[in-house]
Design a protein around this ligand. Structure first.
Ligand SMILES: [Zn+2]
Length: 299
């Protein structure tokens, strides 16, 4: 049995896979921020997933926001979880299970790759949550790069005069498209600011219209960037923003078609056909996390 956990800002999701890679158990529990809360949460989740089985799990993969060190054991700068620097592998050694830690978006990319049919040779998972980042899978292997930065396209600037970004640049894709930046720019008080923005835009409210179109511009730029740099055959959109469903799809398609209308070259890339929006609540992140322990691209 292999275990996979996704540690999010508000919830932990987990799966247990059998020897055939089939999901035999799932769980969802609230996250308690801070090192003690996260470690206790992981131990509780492992106990629930293994249940009454006698033998320990073969591996535990953990997807978590932040920077992961080259050995896949330590996480740094997981701001939402209030973790500055935590050696998870060491902290979880008493479990007696081999542990592998991966950035949450990269883990989800592997899960999306496995779950997507037909299986593409190369694929990008574009996560649009509070922030924006992509995980890229080439020939079944996660692309990590020198420092694990591969896919951090949320901080690619598409407007040098644009809104300042937390990273120090202006007009990053994330300032157009990240749920955090867009909600702040809107300043509404609703529980679902993005849904509020899309509704107001449809009703003709000018500021909402501008924000919605900005999201379309940012996402279409991210799709273009992923296809031009990696020629991935599919770009799967995931993350909180996908709750907008067909409204988001319509906006993204319109912007991609506008790009194509102006350029025979961009038209030849068939960007619209490569984009898919993943349904919400699919447990892709813990599924991918369960696979990272087995994944062959680690040294
Ligand atoms: Zn930035």
């Amino acid at each position: 049995m292999r275990l996979g956990l996704d540690i999010g800002g508000t919830k932990i999701e987990g799966v247990a896979l059998n020897g055939q890679g089939e999901v035999i158990r799932r769980l969802r529990q609230p996250t308690v921020p801070g090192a003690d809360g996260v470690i206790t949460g992981i131990n509780d989740a492992v106990a629930q997933l293994t249940g009454d089985r006698q033998e320990p799990a073969a591996s535990l993969g953990i997807g978590i926001p932040g920077q992961i060190d080259a050995t896949g054991g330590r996480v740094r700068h997981a701001v939402n979880l209030q973790l500055e620097d935590l050696d998870l592998r060491e902290a979880l050694a008493p479990l007696g299970i081999p542990v592998r830690v991966e950035n949450d978006v990269k883990a989800a990319a592997l899960g999306a790759y496995t779950a997507h049919t037909p299986q593409a040779e190369s694929m990008a998972y574009l996560n649009i949550g509070t922030g924006v980042a992509a995980g890229i899978v080439i020939d079944g292997k996660l692309l990590r790069g020198q420092e694990g930065v591969a896919g951090e396209i949320g901080h690619f600037s598409i407007d040098q005069q644009g809104t300042p970004c937390a990273c120090g640049q202006r007009g990053c894709i994330e300032t157009f498209t990240g749920g955090g930046a867009v909600s702040r720019a809107w300043g509404g008080t609703g529980q679902l600011p993005l849904a509020e923005i899309f509704e107001a835009a449809e009703a003709g409210e000018p500021r909402a219209f501008e924000l919605r179109e900005g999201m379309g511009r940012g996402i279409s730029a991210a799709v273009q960037l992923l296809v031009l740099s990696m020629d991935v055959s599919a770009v799967l959109l995931g993350g909180g923003v996908t709750a907008l469903g067909s409204r988001l799809e319509e906006t993204v398609h319109r912007h991609l078609e506008r790009m194509a209308a102006d350029s025979p070259f961009i038209r030849s890339l068939n960007l619209t056909e490569r984009v898919d929006i993943l349904p919400a609540g699919t447990f892709l992140a813990p599924l991918g996390a369960a696979q990272i322990a087995e994944e062959s691209s680690w040294n």
